[in-house]
Design a protein around this ligand. Structure first.
Ligand code: HEM
Length: 334
């Protein structure tokens, strides 16, 4: 996925276009070209790019609304543009039905397990392709959207953390569009996103694995083809790993001087050769969606009389850990 735009520039010069999902995008590079475009041609290059999720939130004008659909649709469109080079309109009935079905499936899988007939992976077929595309779609949508919904709920529940995030965004990003490059200068926001992922614990049992051979593991014999579940909850909420394992506490990822600190037990994407294939994409999405939303809105619990202390952090039932359906208010910032 990663394109070395520096290398592309060497080949094609300082102005070229690339296809990004459904859109053809012009790339301007090099000091002279960029300065010329921004200063001398400020007007024609000056329109702000439309971001559908913001339009939806602005439409609400601070009224309470349910965030599930718009969050799922926004995140699903990222993966749809990677897979199919297109995006769906948020009103598209087929798209909305697909998202509803994914939501229902995830809930059902959390109950008694459904045993599926395996698709042969011995050769490449239409069947494999459909399975691959739908796996990527499901894996890439529900997980990221649910993490973002937790992020908003936790910001409602901990307004002081929301304020610290917003202050850091004002200081580092200002009114510019947030970019991945900002992340290293934003240790507090980075820590909050890590702590959201740790606390949300989206895939508490990870995905099931199976042994490829008979194994002796710590004096236990495990025969070949045994299904193995690795409990990520026990790592993300491990009592010996974290100062306050069951409390949302961004300080878990901060030193006493406010620097971001990595933790070995931060393992929401699992680890090893089967670890999440979409980790980098997910991390980028989480940072960009979260900072962009926090930059533009103040998130509040729905009235009347709901205090942030009343908000319920008990997760909904399902294969993934999702917040209970709830409403919130998004107040546009001046
Ligand atoms: C916050 C977001 C996400 C979380 C927490 C997450 C977490 C995980 C976890 C725990 C696994 C299981 C790894 C294992 O079996 O050991 C997994 C697998 C996978 N994830 Fe993600 N994921 C996220 C987002 C994504 C995205 C955006 C994509 C796609 C672009 C994606 C694609 C996959 C795929 C394809 C696998 C299967 C890998 C394999 O079995 O070889 N994930 N993910």
């Amino acid at each position: 996925m990663a394109i070395n735009l520096g290398a592309v520039r060497e080949k094609y010069g300082s102005i070229y276009s690339i296809q990004m999902g459904p859109k053809k995008v012009a790339v301007l590079s090099g000091y002279e070209t960029v300065k010329d475009a921004l200063v001398n041609y400020g007007e024609p290059f000056g329109e702000q790019s439309q971001v559908p999720i913001f339009e939806r939130l602005f439409e609400g004008k601070g009224k309470p609304f349910e965030v599930n659909t718009v969050m799922n649709a926004s995140v699903a469109n990222v993966i749809v543009s990677v897979l199919f080079r297109k995006r769906f309109d948020y009103q598209d009935t087929q798209f909305l039905r697909l998202l509803t079905l994914i939501g229902k499936n995830v809930k059902l899988i959390g109950g008694p397990r459904i045993v599926e007939k395996g698709t042969s992976t011995a050769y490449f077929s239409d069947e494999n392709l459909v399975a691959l595309v739908s796996n990527l779609f499901v894996a890439g949508t529900e997980t990221t959207a649910s993490t973002l919904r937790w992020a908003l709920l936790l910001m409602l529940r901990y307004p002081e953390v929301q304020k610290n995030v917003c202050d850091e965004i004002t200081k580092v990003v200002g009114s510019a569009q947030p970019r991945i490059a900002h992340r290293t200068q934003m240790p507090y926001t980075d820590a909050v996103i890590h702590e959201v992922q740790r606390f949300a614990n989206i895939l508490p049992t990870s995905l099931p694995h199976a042994t490829t051979t008979d194994v002796m593991f710590k004096n236990y014999y495990i025969p070949k083809s045994t299904e193995v579940i690795t409990l990520l909850t026990s790592v993300l909420r491990g009592q010996t790993q974290w100062e306050k394992p069951d409390t949302f506490n961004p300080e878990h990822f901060l030193t006493s001087t406010g620097k971001f600190v990595k933790k070995d037990a931060f393992m929401p994407f699992s680890a090893g050769r089967r670890m999440c294939a979409g980790e980098s994409l997910a991390k980028m999405e989480l940072f960009l969606f979260f900072t962009s939303l926090m930059q533009k809105f103040t998130f509040l619990p729905p009235p009347p009389g709901v205090s942030h202390l009343d908000l319920d952090l008990t997760p909904d039932i399902g294969f993934t850990t999702r917040p209970m359906p709830h409403k919130l208010r998004a107040l546009p910032k001046a």
